[in-house]
Design a protein around this ligand. Sequence first.
Ligand code: FMN
Length: 283
Amino acid sequence: MSLVGKIGQSLDAQAKKLLQRATGAAQNVDPSQHVLKAEAEVTRKNYEKFLPQFKAVAESRRSVKRFTDAVITDEVLDACLDLAMRAPSSSNLQPWQFVVIESTVLRQEAIKLCMNQNAAKTSNRLIAVVARTDTWLEHTFSMLDYWPVQPPPAIVKNYYERLVPAEFTTGPLNVLSPLKKVGVSLSRRFSAPTPAPSYSENDRKIWAIKSTCLAAQNLMLAFKAHGFDSCPMGGFEEAGMKKILGLGSHQHITMMIGAGERAEGGVYHDQFRFERERFIKVV
Ligand SMILES: Cc1cc2nc3c(=O)[nH]c(=O)nc-3n(C[C@H](O)[C@H](O)[C@H](O)COP(=O)(O)O)c2cc1C
């Protein structure tokens, strides 16, 4: 067997052990209960009907710093969270978590940790958007239980049972990472383009944050589509916030989001962006 094959086998074995250890896997799931459909399908034929609505939502979203006393009902909040979770995620592993702060005591502490920003202080809802690096294994397992076609096709089974665990598994103290690096480098050289897998917890963190930020943006657009506004906040003390919210070392707060109805003067200036040429490269 080739070296690459041996390395692959060793990672597979480690991954399988992890899969066997995984707990909380769904039992007796009816996948049809979890299939999501769009209320309206936007196509090339009908997009002109929807485009103005999308533009209105995307263009009127602002980072609002002051909100009125208007309440975002639980119903609206749930609808917005559901839309947030329609965001794409890497391998559909949905590494996000939304911590909705309802307790008055925690809210006061959270506002302080948001540096007493008005966007937090006056928000009707205050939410921590969390990226998790400790759910990928359980979710990998769930992917096979929830796959809309049962049993899942062999290619899907192979992907979630072998490739995904091999991508994330690094072993205690990342002992497997040097092996993975050799495997990836050989694969790139002799086989095919190979994406970088996780070599460390930090890689998994970056991985989780990417998908979670997409969900955060969906959440803010969903609030806007319901007539509410929001403010993403990176200006907060993460360590303290994690402590009061009971989050662990595998839960990373990507941002705090304050939401509510925009107050008069709730945005401090007109929206502006740099010229588009700065950001677009055509090759
Ligand atoms: C990751 C991130 C962190 C941010 N942190 C804060 C913050 O702590 N306080 C704040 O008032 N706005 C914050 N903002 C909002 C930005 O200042 C705002 O998006 C930017 O000025 C553009 O304005 P607009 O969103 O109204 O278009 C943050 C935005 C992002 C994406």
